[in-house]
Write a protein of this length. Structure first.
Length: 131
């Protein structure tokens, strides 16, 4: 600094900003009909839609299922680790209807969420009709 000149240095930093977005869930044939005591399988695809965040850990889990029904998701602990940007992972969700289930349409709800930002989540509803 001099009496007539002052230098100011401005530094913009941090690089690009990570934008965490809700994962996308896509399901082939969301409505199924199944007989009592049988199993049906849903093909579920989860997509990481976050931008400039690098790899993310996304969890797929059931949040609602009829009492007594068996629901299993094909990945260990329903977690997909290190999910690259725009990457898709396929899951098979198997639903077994009890032999004593009532003849009606029931709801199953799945949730995909960012593991380290659990409020960044989305849900998808599946329907199973027992005949």
């Amino acid at each position: 600094r001099t009496d007539t000149l002052m230098t100011i240095r401005v530094r913009f930093g941090g690089g690009p900003v990570c934008e965490r977005r809700t994962p996308k869930i896509a399901v082939k044939q969301k409505i199924r009909t199944v007989k009592r005591g049988e199993t049906t399988a849903y093909e579920v695809t989860v997509t990481n839609r976050s931008v400039l965040c690098g790899k993310q850990t996304i969890e797929l889990q059931k949040t609602l299922a009829p009492k007594g029904w068996s629901v299993t998701i094909s990945k260990k602990k329903s977690t997909v680790a290190l999910f690259a940007p725009d990457a898709q992972k396929k899951f098979i969700v198997r639903v077994t209807v009890p032999k004593i289930a009532s003849l009606q349409t029931r709801t199953l709800r799945l949730q995909a969420r960012l593991k380290y930002s659990p409020k960044v989540e989305t849900t998808e509803t599946l329907k199973t009709t027992v005949r």
